[in-house]
Design a protein around this ligand. Sequence first.
Ligand code: CP
Length: 305
Amino acid sequence: TQHLLGLEGMTPNQIEPLLDQAESYALLNRSRKVPRDVLRGRTLINLFFEDSTRTRTSFELAGKRLGADVINMSVAQSSVNKGETLLDTAATLNAMQADLLVVRHAQSGAPALLAQKVEACVVNAGDGTHEHPTQALLDALTIRRHCGQLAGLTVAICGDVAHSRVARSNIHLLTTMGSKVRVVGPPTLVPGAIRHLGVDIFHTMEEGLRDVDVVMMLRLQRERMSSGLIPSAREYFRFYGLDNRRLALAKPKALVMHPGPMNRGVEIDSQVADSDQSVIQEQVEMGVAVRMAVLDRLTRSRHSA
Ligand code: CP
């Protein structure tokens, strides 16, 4: 069985066709002409142990548009609260003959562990600080639609890199596809070891944003910080918030991106988030298309195996 657990190690020959197929689904979504039989008879279970708006909803929409039966398991009301382990939950869902299991979990590596125990295709919908592969794919598709290609672009990923699975998946994808990646943030939130992933580190927005093609902002993940180390919103915005003045340092038509959920006035100014340079809503739209492509590919690989 094939899974999508992360983008580390994937090649351009694997990424490019997935983006091409997602682009086709984006067009079909717009024209309301999606074939309803691609996942007919298949069952998709959304298993989210952490909160989500975009990812859970878009996997549900993606599955339903392609004709799958979609179950959203509400972890808050599940037997997880009675002490059932992750693996026993997985075994239970396996016995129900799910074809696709979409998993978000606070623990890095949880989807990979599940993948060893179930026959379903497992899709990582975000695991701890490890990876969020479909987010990076939808980001790449959005960039490609505006810039034509990923190779040769300079992308600045700014903010709480230390806690960000979005940053890690984007670094793997973008460096693989030939983009130059900068990470920008305070030393407390940008670990020096990240340099080994092939990125350049900057500790001021003024240096990091200069002449970039894409500015990708990250949310300050307070829930993953110990209370004494959380910067105040005002202090953080003063030094690392994206406002018009800082955005002006990037190329004139640089894209402004954010995976969501945004904290306006903390990492991004409202005016910038809603400006003509912002592609944040397009990222959400591409999220559905990318997830359709992922579900389509995994299901075909499973049944041709
Ligand atoms: N970008 C993202 O993963 O958003 P959600 O947490 O709302 O799914």
